[in-house]
Design a protein around this ligand. Structure first.
Ligand code: GLY
Length: 285
């Protein structure tokens, strides 16, 4: 680290609910991040990575051990507050598709990153079957890999699921049975956007057990996915940091955003908060 200097990225090596990453602007900040990780105990491990510039995007690919299929792209909003301010979270909102992932950029990522990874796993005798989520940094049309996860993104999956509908089940089934070669996705020309409602205080300390009243929603383009709720007798109450995912699908990203925020504004939960600017980057383009 002393050799590389700053900015530099320090990550806790393990599951950290999206909150284990420090983008250190100075070596002192990087040292403080290392100290915090190693204070966790003797088993703590750390990954130190180059600081990359560009626009972050997520690419979701299903693999069945031999074939792979692009499920879609999305963009997350990691910071807690509007304007990408505040602490890192697990994700405060997402939209799909990600405009930065043009067909050419997606194909470049598949050709240079995803397919070689999957081919190498076959070569090593450990073919991968499942969901590969590539976190990418795209600069001047050039995608670089930040990290892989072998799961869906949260809340990226909610936006993707709204676009894919029941096809998602069909292609997961095909992957599980090694039939991806014959699987196809019909990408409707639509957009989806998900806004996370979180408990005030998240990603720090927050209260649980607050009553939430949800609106009646009869528009099939709008869904509220539950993430951190439970029933207390007949009442729905908060039970986590990220609590609700208000998601909408429409013919344009702006229309999806308007539908999602209209539904969100009808949720009665004084103890909740949400970013008001989900989609800002794509909508500004
Ligand atoms: N939203 C980021 C993640 O699921 O890792």
């Amino acid at each position: 680290m002393a050799r590389e200097g700053a900015p530099i990225v320090v990550k806790a090596d393990g599951l950290a609910a999206g909150k284990g990453v420090t983008v250190a602007a100075t070596t002192a900040e990087a040292q403080a991040a290392l100290d915090a990780i190693f204070a966790e105990g003797p088993g703590a491990r750390v990954v130190i990575e180059e600081f990359m510039t560009g626009e972050e995007a997520s690419l979701f690919v299903l693999a069945d051990g031999e074939e792979c299929l692009v499920l879609g792209t999305a963009q997350d909003h990691k910071r807690a507050f509007d304007g990408d301010e505040g602490p890192n979270t697990g994700g405060m909102g997402a939209y799909s598709p990600a405009p930065v992932m043009t067909p050419a950029v997606t194909e470049a990522a598949m050709a240079r990153i995803l397919r070689p990874t999957l081919a190498e796993m076959v070569r090593r005798g450990t073919p991968f079957r499942g969901l590969l989520y590539a976190g990418l940094m795209v600069e001047a049309g050039n995608p670089r890999l930040v990290e892989y996860n072998v799961r869906f993104g949260d809340p990226e999956a909610q936006a993707l699921a709204m676009r894919l509908g029941a096809q998602l089940l069909d292609v997961c089934h095909a992957a599980a049975e090694g039939r991806l070669a014959e699987a196809r996705i019909n990408f409707a020309e639509d957009h989806a956007l998900c806004v996370v409602m979180a408990a005030r205080g998240y990603p720090g300390a927050f209260a649980r057990g607050e009553a939430i009243a949800l609106p009646e929603i009869d528009d099939p383009r709008v869904r509220i996915f539950h993430a951190g709720t439970r029933r207390a007798d007949a009442t729905l109450v908060s039970n986590g940091g990220r609590v609700l995912n208000v998601t909408a699908r429409a013919e344009s990203l702006a229309a999806a955003r308007d539908l999602a925020y209209a539904a969100l504004d009808a949720v009665d939960w004084p103890g909740g908060f949400a970013r008001r600017d989900i989609g800002w980057r794509a909508l500004a383009e």
